[in-house]
Design a protein around this ligand. Structure first.
Ligand code: MRU
Length: 359
């Protein structure tokens, strides 16, 4: 993800639907472009969606530009537009809370600027700085997740991961993959089993691509091979990312994650989730309140444009599932390792010790 230029600039991103066949950049020049890019998974992964949406707010303001400047824009219209564009971008995908978190942050910043009587040109510059800060902070959070998470992995281990929680899904270093990248940089030799991740193959297409570029031993498996691989004793840890974590620790992630957590528990293998604080949704108590995205039938019946089932077959295509907290050994965030995964530990890690605790 990269913002090119000033307030009249645009968002450039790697088209993840084309990988690994082609490394192609797309330019988003309107909020509608960003909406489509998120919806069609050209940009995907919870943190990356949030960052793209933050820049999308800037693009949604640009119809008010005249000669590359907001000098002549009406302040009332400018600030009302931030809210409208935010509402629109929030409809692109429902599950990853980073999207709503980033849009809320942009709106809050705009409200602050409005209260201070800041004129549109300067307000736009401040909003661009806010989006850039969201991106820069994500980069730092990923690095810290990598440092904390690497301590959970041992030299010579087999690790299983699902979907893609790497650099493509974040500002640069990933979450679950950050743990692997950091462990690898520390000299730990890992063999990473990558679930292909049906139906859209984020594991096969994206995670293998990222791991292999870093010289990490990568073994692609069918999703349905995970139980067998664990039974054979090839895996000593499972690491995944997250799209939304409830206050209880229940975690929504790519469909298939819950099955892996059950399998890991059945085989006595630790199951780790890695996610920045921006993926936690402390407003909701438990995983059953997390909205699960339902996607088009053709993603399953004709994945990546290749027909695999009869025309007209009924399809159920939830894009995410929820792993109950009791199946998660630890959650790694930028502040440290949350273990056991329980509400009080989560709140303590994210918000600090309770007032009056004397610490
Ligand atoms: O549908 P996707 O590809 O956006 O799903 C992404 C995932 O489930 C990732 O594991 C999650 O967003 C974590 S990304 C650091």
């Amino acid at each position: 993800l990269q913002w090119i230029g000033g307030v009249d600039g645009y968002l450039q991103l790697i088209d993840q639907t084309r990988l690994p066949g082609a490394l192609q950049l797309v330019s988003c020049r309107s909020d509608e472009d960003v909406w489509q890019a998120i919806r069609q998974l050209q940009v995907r992964g919870a943190p990356a969606i949030g960052i793209a949406a933050a820049y999308g707010v800037l693009l949604g303001l640009q119809p008010l530009l005249a000669n590359g400047s907001y000098a002549a824009a009406d302040p009332r219209e400018f600030f009302a537009r931030v809210d409208r564009v935010g509402d629109f971008l929030a409809t692109s995908r429902p599950t990853a809370v980073n999207l709503f978190w980033a849009l809320r942050r942009m709106r809050d910043r705009a409200a602050e600027l409005r209260r201070e009587g800041v004129r549109p040109q300067q307000a736009a510059e401040s909003l661009l700085a806010e989006a850039q800060a969201i991106e820069a902070e994500d980069r730092q959070m990923c690095r810290r997740i990598g440092q904390h998470g690497a301590s959970l992995l041992r030299d010579g281990q087999g690790v299983l991961t699902h979907c893609n929680a790497g650099g493509l899904a974040t500002a640069d270093y990933g979450t679950a993959l950050a743990m692997l990248f950091a462990a690898h940089e520390q000299g730990k030799r890992l063999r990473v089993y990558v679930d292909e991740t049906r139906p859209l193959l984020q594991g096969a297409r994206l995670t293998t691509w990222e791991l292999m570029q870093r010289g990490i031993e990568t073994v692609l498996i069918c999703d349905s091979a995970a139980a067998h691989v664990m039974q054979q004793g090839l895996v000593q840890a499972v690491v995944t990312g997250a799209d939304r974590i409830a206050a209880s620790g229940d975690t929504a992630n790519k469909i298939g994650t819950y099955a892996l957590a059950q399998l890991a528990a059945a085989h006595g293998i630790p199951f780790y989730v890695a996610a920045p604080s921006t993926t936690f949704d402390l407003q909701i108590d438990s995983g059953d309140q997390i909205p699960i995205e339902q996607r088009e039938a053709d993603e399953v019946a004709a994945p990546l444009g290749c027909r695999a089932a009869p025309d007209g077959v009924k399809v159920y295509n939830p894009a995410f599932d929820v792993t109950p907290a009791r199946l998660i050994t630890a959650i790694v965030c930028e502040h440290g390792i949350i273990r056991p995964v329980q509400r009080e530990h989560i709140v303590h890690m994210l918000c600090g010790p309770p007032v009056g605790s004397g610490r």
